[in-house]
Design a protein around this ligand. Structure first.
Ligand code: CO
Length: 671
C-alpha cells in the first residue's frame, strides 16, 4: 500500500453506535480557550460556557482546553472574573473530559519570565484547582525554561505536553534555521524531559499540508510519545494540514465547535467527523449531538460576542500569513496599533521592517510574547527612527531579550542592536548565557507583602504577582473595595436585543426626525467644479451655506468620530470636515496644570502612543536629566520607558499607576 493511503474504510455503519475504529484520531476541543481567544479577544465568560458544558463532556473529546494563554489576563482585567474560579466552576459540569491549559513555561500566563518561586506556586495551584494537561511551550523553544515547571507538573501526577513552536523564515519548511532536523531534535529533547505527549504548535497557521505530513512522519519515527498537531486556520491551510497529519499517523488534533471555528481560530470538528466516518481513524463522535451543541452556541451565546468579531473583511482567510509568515493575530494587532496612532499609511513599511527586526533579534519564533516584542519594536522603528539612527525607542522587553532574559535565540542577536539595547540596562550591559530564571530573585514574598490585607489566599496573591497593576485593581473589585467600572460587566441578551432594535430603526430611518428637504436657492457664492470619474465628467455646483466656499479639503480628511446632530436647516450633504489639527509627537510647552487650569511653565512629556501607566519612576519635585526614564507606559502589553525630553524638575504628574492614556496626553511637566 502506498504511504499516503493509510486511512482506510473499515465499516459501512454510520450511526452513533458504529463499531469503534482501529486507531481513532483523538480530538482536543479548544472552544473554551483558543477558540474565543482567537475570534473574540478571549472575552468569553464562564457563564456562557456553562449552558453547553455538560453536553460537551458527552462528546468524547480527548481533552478540552479551558484555561491558560490569555484567559488569566483577560478575565481579571476586562471581565472582572476570578480566573481560578473558572477551573473550579467548569469542573462541576465537565466531570469526564480532562482539562488542558496553555502554559507559557516560565512566562506562565503572562508576558515575561517569572521567578522560580512564582512559577512553582502557579503550577501547583493550577494542578490543585483541577488542571490535568499542561500544554507547555517556550516562545524561543529554549527548554531550559521548562526546568522549573515540569517537575511540579510531574509531582502532581499531571500530563506534561511539550510543545515545539512551529515557525518559518521561508515560505515552506526549510531554510537555515527551522529545518526538519531542527524539529526532530526538539522532539527528542522533549522526550528526554519526560514529555507525556509532544505538540507541534503552529500558532500562525503556517504549516502546509505536505510539511505537516513530513514532520509528523519524522516525529512518529524519532520519538515514542503521542504526537499532537495544533494549527490555526488563519491562512486557510489547517484542515488540509490536519488531514495530511492524520494520514501520517498523528495521534491527536485540535479543533473547535463550528461557531468558534475558522478565521484566526481552528478547523471545525464536524467536517472531520464526516470525513473520517467509517475509516480506521473514525473519531467515533455523534454528529447529531455536536449539532445540538452548535445550536445552543449559535442562538444563545454567540449573539453576545458578535460585536467583537472582526467583520471588516468578507474573506475568512488571511493570505498575508502566507506572504509574511507572521501570525494573523500579530498582524491585526499591528494594524490596530497603527490605526490608534493615525499611522495606518505606514503598514507597508511595517511589513518591510518586520523581517529585519526579527533577524536582528535572532530569528525567534513569533508567538506570545515574542510576536508582540518583535511587532511593537517594528512599529517603534517605523514611527520613530530616522535616517541617522535605528532603534531609537527600544522597548523594555527588547532590552530583556537582548540581555538573555527570555532565553537563547535560534541564531545570535545582531551585536550592534544588542549593544545599543543594553546601554545603561539595569541588570547589566553584558548579556547572560545561563538559564534566565537563575538571575531572577524570588518575587513571591514581596508580592504577598504588597497585597497584605487585600489578598485572602495564594490564588489572590498569584493574580497580583503576575499582574501587579491590573491584578491589584481586580482584587479591589473582588473584595468590594472599589466599584468595578461599567465596561467589565457582562453583555446580556437583552442588551443585544435593544441594540439590534436601535440598528433596525436607524436603518429604516426611524431613529431621528428627518428635516423636511427643500431646495435652497443658488447664491452668488455658488462655484462650479469639474468632477471626473474615470472617463466620465460631471459638473457640480457647490454653494456653501453662510459664505463663500473655503477650499481646504484638497486632501482626504478623517471623518468626525461622532455623528453630527440633525441640522435645523438644510445643509450641503457633503460638507467637508476641516483637516484635523497637526498633532505633534514631540513634547511642547507650556502645558496647562490639571489642578489650576493655568499653564505650568515647563516642558510636557506627552504619551507617544495610547496605553496604560505602569508607574512613574520620578515623582513631583525630583530632578531629572534629559534622557532619564520618567514613566513606564504599557502599550500593546509592552513596557516603554519614556525619557525626560529636557533636564529639570518634575512640576506636575497628571496620572496614576493603572490609568489609561491616549496619544499626546501630557503625562508630566518638567520645568
Ligand atoms: Co493557538
Amino acid at each position: 500500500m502506498s504511504e499516503h493511503n493509510q486511512v482506510t474504510m473499515t465499516t459501512m455503519e454510520y450511526g452513533p453506535d458504529r463499531p469503534k475504529a482501529e486507531n481513532p484520531v483523538k480530538i482536543e476541543d479548544l472552544t473554551f480557550r483558543d477558540g474565543h481567544q482567537s475570534l473574540f479577544a478571549t472575552r468569553g465568560r464562564t457563564e456562557d460556557m456553562i449552558p453547553v458544558a455538560e453536553m460537551m463532556d458527552e462528546v468524547g473529546f480527548w481533552a478540552m482546553e479551558t484555561w491558560g494563554g490569555a484567559t488569566f489576563d483577560t478575565m481579571h482585567r476586562f471581565l472582572n472574573e476570578d480566573p481560578w474560579e473558572r477551573i473550579r466552576t467548569l469542573k462541576r459540569y465537565i466531570k469526564k473530559t480532562p482539562f488542558s491549559m496553555l502554559l507559557r513555561a516560565q512566562n506562565l500566563v503572562g508576558y515575561r519570565n517569572y521567578a522560580d518561586d512564582v512559577a512553582k506556586a502557579f503550577v501547583q495551584r493550577a494542578a490543585e484547582n483541577g488542571m490535568d494537561i499542561f500544554r507547555t511551550f517556550d516562545a524561543l523553544n529554549d527548554y531550559r525554561n521548562f526546568e522549573t515547571v515540569v517537575p511540579v507538573i510531574k509531582e502532581y501526577g499531571k500530563h506534561f505536553q511539550g510543545c515545539i513552536c512551529y515557525t518559518l523564515t521561508e515560505p515552506r519548511m526549510g531554510g537555515d534555521v527551522y529545518t526538519i532536523d531542527y524539529f526532530v531534535q526538539k522532539a527528542k529533547d522533549l522526550e528526554a524531559m519526560g514529555a507525556d505527549s509532544i505538540c507541534i504548535k503552529d500558532m500562525a497557521g503556517l504549516i502546509a499540508p505536505y510539511d505537516a505530513y513530513t514532520i509528523v512522519k519524522a516525529l512518529k519515527k524519532a520519538v515514542k510519545p503521542p504526537i499532537h498537531l495544533h494549527s490555526h486556520f488563519t491562512s486557510g491551510m489547517s484542515s488540509m494540514s490536519h488531514l495530511k497529519a492524520i494520514e501520517a499517523g498523528v495521534d491527536i488534533i485540535d479543533t473547535c465547535m463550528t461557531p468558534y471555528a475558522f478565521r484566526t481560530s481552528h478547523a471545525a470538528i464536524e467536517p472531520f467527523v464526516m470525513a473520517l466516518l467509517g475509516t480506521n481513524r473514525d473519531t467515533g463522535f455523534d454528529i447529531k449531538h455536536l449539532a445540538k451543541i452548535n445550536a445552543v452556541l449559535e442562538k444563545e451565546i454567540l449573539p453576545k460576542y458578535k460585536h467583537l468579531l472582526d467583520d471588516s473583511k468578507v474573506s475568512i482567510i488571511d493570505i498575508n500569513v502566507l506572504l509574511h509568515q507572521t501570525p494573523g493575530g500579530m498582524l491585526s494587532n499591528l494594524v490596530n496599533q497603527l490605526k490608534e496612532m493615525d499611522a495606518l499609511d505606514k503598514l507597508d513599511q511595517v511589513y518591510a521592517e518586520l523581517p529585519k527586526v526579527r533577524k536582528d533579534l535572532g530569528q525567534i519564533p513569533l508567538v506570545t510574547p515574542t510576536s508582540q516584542i518583535v511587532g511593537i519594536q517594528t512599529v517603534n522603528n517605523v514611527l520613530f527612527d530616522d535616517e541617522n539612527e535605528r532603534y531609537k525607542m527600544i522597548t523594555g522587553q527588547v532590552k530583556d531579550l537582548c540581555y538573555g532574559l527570555y532565553g537563547k535565540t535560534a541564531v545570535p542577536i545582531n551585536p550592534d542592536v544588542q549593544k545599543k539595547a543594553l546601554k545603561g540596562y539595569e541588570r547589566g550591559e553584558v548579556p547572560i548565557t545561563c538559564k534566565p530564571a537563575e538571575v531572577l530573585k524570588p518575587e513571591l514574598d514581596k508580592a504577598k507583602e504588597d497585597v497584605k490585607g487585600l489578598a485572602v489566599d495564594l490564588d489572590d496573591e498569584l493574580i497580583y504577582a503576575l499582574y501587579p497593576v491590573t491584578g491589584k485593581k481586580f482584587l479591589k473589585w473582588k473584595y468590594g473595595k472599589e466599584e468595578p467600572p461599567e465596561e467589565v460587566k457582562p453583555r446580556t441578551m437583552e442588551n443585544v436585543k435593544t441594540e439590534e432594535d436601535l440598528v433596525r430603526k436607524a436603518k429604516a430611518g426611524l431613529l431621528v426626525e428627518k428635516p423636511e428637504k427643500e431646495v435652497p436657492e443658488k447664491t452668488e457664492n455658488t462655484r462650479t467644479f469639474n468632477v471626473f470619474v474615470d472617463d466620465e465628467h460631471f459638473e457640480v455646483d457647490v454653494d456653501e451655506v453662510g459664505g463663500p466656499p473655503a477650499i481646504t479639503y484638497a486632501q482626504p480628511v478623517a471623518a468626525p468620530s461622532k455623528p453630527a446632530p440633525a441640522p435645523s436647516k438644510p445643509a450641503p450633504a457633503s460638507k467637508p470636515a476641516p483637516p484635523p489639527p497637526q498633532q505633534p509627537l514631540k513634547p511642547v510647552a507650556p502645558a496647562p496644570s490639571p489642578d489650576t487650569g493655568k499653564p505650568t511653565e515647563g516642558t510636557a512629556l506627552r504619551a507617544p502612543m495610547p496605553g496604560m501607566i505602569v508607574n512613574y519612576i520620578k515623582q513631583v519635585g525630583e530632578t531629572v536629566s534629559e534622557g532619564e526614564t520618567v514613566v513606564i507606559l504599557e502599550a500593546m502589553k509592552m513596557e516603554n520607558a519614556l525619557p525626560a525630553p529636557v533636564s529639570g524638575t518634575i512640576k506636575t504628574i497628571n496620572f496614576n499607576s493603572g490609568d489609561s492614556v491616549t496619544k499626546n496626553d501630557i503625562l508630566c511637566v518638567i520645568g
